[in-house]
Design a protein around this ligand. Structure first.
Ligand code: GCU
Length: 655
């Protein structure tokens, strides 16, 4: 096993340099199991010497070697937790189960030399969420409209090429990278399940089994997106009615075959009655009926169904002001609380709309206390610059996870799992924009521990990936505020969807204004924003628990950054910041586009400090970011100037 991964592929956060501190010291590994063997192979690949005094001991707590370490003091470590400490010149990692040992191993890698200095008592590390999952939106075939990876900005799929499974070396390297961040599950195919991909459940199952085999040594289980209509399209049945006995028997039989091929298969992901996908509504059944039918088929084998809550009317009449897409998930699902099986997980996008740059947290996360809710993030930057703009999303996700949505509980506490749409493709840098690797890294780390500081996570990524010697200050200056920078030159004050329809890149203020998608900003000559209040609007604010139902309802109390998400206000409305809405639009767009220029300038400081191909790739993306940010600035400012007739107080160029 090479530590650098397949040739021609960037090693990301696991270059051989990262395992050097460990590789120069004798390490003992005690225990048995596939994942313990993985740790042994890792230690050997790092080049650790086999003689001399051990500097690192990785041991299961059941082994004799653990006896002297007072494991009892740190309590049970569970399936994936570990404890790490250092005494008498020896660093120890203890775990109850093999997976914990693997995560403990990567903890040592992350700390580098610091893992071998000083003395510290055992500290316990257990994941906040039992499942930390990435959903790939990959297709086997290249889809004529959306390409091979839907919303993918990193080339083709790492799993399939030319309609067939690829060589899986790269998938193995991917699994290793993910394990180092704490991710333990992947769904391999697009939630929009096309005809070829539907067959991964049946006659193409061998391909899924091969992927499962490739990722298993890194503690990662494979899940599959399936079509709700599979009993009809694959099984030849006359119906996919979830309450039909024949349909239930088909799912049971099919799932049994899946588990015969993949004993540790994770389960199904389902997008039903959403954007044209089939679902239980077609048979007059509820989404609990639909989810439970699949959950029952998976239950005997310990599998789960991830049932997506992204259900809304995508054929809305834009003239109809009473229908509000933001309300849809709650309206459909909150009444079903308590009706889902234990192994059915409701997968809810973090905001009520669709992965916009700024949205409030989805009220569904707090509305279903008797349902297991997974919060879904988007690592792939569909609406945040498509990996052409340098946008570090750690601060956004951290803000979401720490948001105190319910009395005494933040989103991280309310969510049972964290899921995200993957950003990875067959690009040599994995993520198109090399700096976008930091997002993938941050997702896993935050899913393991949502309390981590996103800027410290960025530091970890920089250290591991680019080395401790690079100009860290320049990178922080480029990335720490980059999400807010992107927000400032694109979407002001919670307005979303001012993007080009279809591919969603670049500005088009009215692109979605008169469409069926339910994504409107309602700008006219007097004002802008969506009235979602109970008093005069769609009533969406009523879906929130106190105090948010009151905070968002009130134009005075609503935070500036969400004002236009909840309220329609005149351009002259004065924000908490003291600025008017229109002047805020102008100021943020001018400032944001300038910051893009500054970001590009900062990158020049890294010239000579990072590999030339990586340097060049980032530079090329920054050129595009600068161009695109100026385009956003000019289109948004011009649009709102023409609508409102209000000039920029500072007299800057508006066209
Ligand atoms: C967005 C995205 C689609 C995707 C959908 C989903 O609407 O543009 O490509 O299929 O989300 O999450 O299902």
């Amino acid at each position: 096993m090479s530590t650098e991964g397949p040739p021609g592929v960037h090693p990301a956060w696991l270059p051989s340099r990262a395992t050097q501190p460990l590789g120069s010291r004798r390490t003992l590994v005690h225990g048995t199991g596939t994942l313990v063997d993985t740790v042994r192979r890792e230690v050997a690949a790092a080049g650790a010497p086999e003689t001399g005094e051990p500097a690192l001991v990785l041991t299961l707590t059941s082994e004799d070697a653990a006896a002297s370490w007072h494991v009892g003091e740190v309590g049970a470590l569970g399936d994936e937790g570990y404890a790490i400490g250092r005494r008498d010149g020896v660093t120890v990692v203890l775990a109850d189960r093999p997976a914990g040992l693997l995560y403990g191993f990567f903890h040592v890698v992350r700390r580098g030399e610091a893992a071998f200095t000083g003395e510290w008592p055992l500290a316990r590390h257990v994941p906040a969420m039992p499942r930390r999952m990435l959903d790939h939106w990959d297709n086997v075939d290249t889809h004529p409209v959306t390409g091979q990876v839907e919303r993918g900005y990193s080339g083709g799929s790492i799993f399939w090429r030319d309609g067939a499974l690829r060589d899986l070396d790269r998938v193995r390297a991917y699994a290793r990278l993910l394990a180092a961040t704490g991710v333990n599950a992947i769904a391999v195919n697009n939630v929009n399940v096309h005809a070829t991909e539907a067959r991964l459940l049946t006659d193409r199952l061998g391909e899924v089994a091969a992927i499962a085999e490739a990722v298993r040594p890194y503690g990662i289980r494979v899940h599959l997106s399936v079509s709700f209509a599979a009993p009809v399209t694959l099984g030849g049945l006359p119906t996919a009615d979830p309450l039909d006995e024949g349909v239930r028997a088909w799912w049971a039989r099919t799932s049994q075959r899946v588990y015969e091929a993949i004993p540790d298969f994770g389960g199904y992901v389902v997008k039903a009655d959403s954007e044209g996908q089939p679902g239980p509504f077609g048979y007059g059944r509820s989404h609990a009926d639909g989810a439970n039918a699949l959950a029952d088929a998976l239950a005997p084998f310990g599998g789960v169904v991830h049932w997506r809550a992204f259900v809304y009317d995508h054929r809305q009449d834009w003239r109809d002001r009473s229908t509000d897409r933001a309300r849809a998930a709650y309206d459909h699902f909150a009444p079903l609380d308590g009706q889902f099986r234990d192994n059915a997980i409701l997968q809810v996008k973090h905001g009520p709309m669709d992965f916009q740059t700024r949205e409030p947290v989805s009220p569904v996360v707090a509305a279903m206390p008797r349902t297991k809710v997974a919060v879904e993030l988007q690592v792939t930057q569909e609406y945040t610059g498509q990996q052409r703009h340098a946008v570090y999303l750690g601060p956004m996700w951290s803000e979401i996870l720490r948001f105190p949505l319910a009395e005494g509980a933040d989103v991280a506490a309310l969510a049972r799992e964290l899921v995200a749409v993957s950003s990875v493709g067959d690009d040599p840098f994995w993520t198109g924009h090399p700096l976008a690797q930091a997002n993938l890294y941050a997702f896993g780390r935050l899913a393991w521990d949502p309390a981590l500081d996103p800027l410290s996570i960025l530091d970890e990524w920089i250290d591991l990936t680019l080395g401790p010697e690079v100009d860290r200050a320049a990178l922080h200056a480029m990335l720490d505020e980059s999400w807010r920078t992107y927000e400032s030159y694109t979407a002001p004050l919670g307005v979303g969807f001012m993007v080009r329809p279809g591919h969603h890149y670049g500005p088009d203020v009215d692109g979605y204004e008169y469409t069926a998608w339910g994504t409107y900003h309602f700008a006219d000559r007097d004002g802008v924003g969506v009235d979602r209040t109970r008093a005069t609007g769609t009533g969406f604010t009523g879906q929130y628990p106190a105090p948010w139902s009151e905070v968002y309802e009130s134009v005075e109390r609503c935070p500036d950054e969400l004002l236009l998400f909840f309220h329609h206000v005149p351009y002259g409305h004065v924000l908490h910041s003291g600025s008017t809405v229109i002047q805020h639009i102008y100021d943020t767009h001018f400032a944001g586009a300038e910051r893009a220029v500054e970001t590009r300038r900062l990158w020049e400081r890294l010239d000579g400090q990072v590999a030339p191909d990586l340097f060049a790739r980032v530079r090329e993306r920054l050129d595009e970011q600068v161009r695109s940010a100026a385009e956003w600035r000019d289109q948004i400012n011009t649009y709102f100037f023409r609508k409102s007739g209000v000039p920029d107080a500072k007299g800057r160029p508006i066209h």
